[in-house]
Write a protein that binds this ligand. Structure first.
Ligand SMILES: [Zn+2]
Length: 201
């Protein structure tokens, strides 16, 4: 691996079933990324993979401003039902890569009427500053180069394909829109190329 070092692994029983948690240190950014694996992934020809961008507010505090936590847990559930797969949890992706402080600044602007894209632009920040080399390296560590990707985000699919990962299938992760996140989901669908069937038509 070029940027990552595998540091540790252990079994992680969860509400959804048993996973193994693997920690990778990113030598470029000093953060620790996580691969949560289920089953014998090295023998699975096209494992289900969720490449999840850290969202502290959604993943930990159950924020209803976005659907990240719901997507993460839904992915864990689907992977368990399927019997094998991985969640790659990328720790430097908070707020589509702008960090937690800037995400909160963007939220404050959104409360004044800007959408998620306009708010980043008003702050002079990229609309999407994420890169996926760490995800590609973790997949390489497990000798996986073909995946069935759990995502609504076609840009994520393209980013992985650019890094040499074959996306055999894009599997949507449907969540229930709420009053708080409806505008956010509509903006992701209209401006960021997300496929969110409930909002189409
Ligand atoms: Zn989120």
């Amino acid at each position: 691996m070029q940027f990552l070092t595998h540091n540790a692994s252990a079994r992680l029983p969860t509400q959804y079933g048993d996973f193994d948690l693997h920690v990778f240190h990113d030598n470029r950014t000093n953060v620790e990324h996580i691969a949560l694996t289920c089953g014998d992934i090295m023998r699975s020809p096209q494992p289900l993979v969720r490449v999840h961008s850290e969202c502290l507010t959604g993943d930990v505090f159950a924020s209803t401003r976005c659907d990240c936590g719901e997507q993460l847990h839904h992915a864990q559930q689907l992977i368990q039902e399927h019997g094998h797969g991985l969640v790659l949890y990328l720790k430097n992706h908070e707020g589509r890569g702008i960090g937690l402080s800037n995400k909160m600044r963007a939220y404050a602007l959104q409360d004044q009427g800007l959408d998620t894209v306009e708010a980043n632009e008003a702050l002079g920040l990229p609309v999407d500053g994420r890169s996926y080399e760490a995800a590609a390296e973790m997949l390489a560590f497990f000798e996986i180069n073909t995946v069935r990707l759990l995502t609504n985000n076609s840009a994520k699919r393209s980013a992985l394909e650019t890094l040499g990962i074959t996306v055999h299938q894009q599997v949507p992760l449907l969540t229930q829109p709420t009053a708080e996140n409806l505008k956010y989901l509509q903006t992701k669908s209209a401006k960021l190329g997300h496929i969110i069937p409930d909002l189409m038509g």
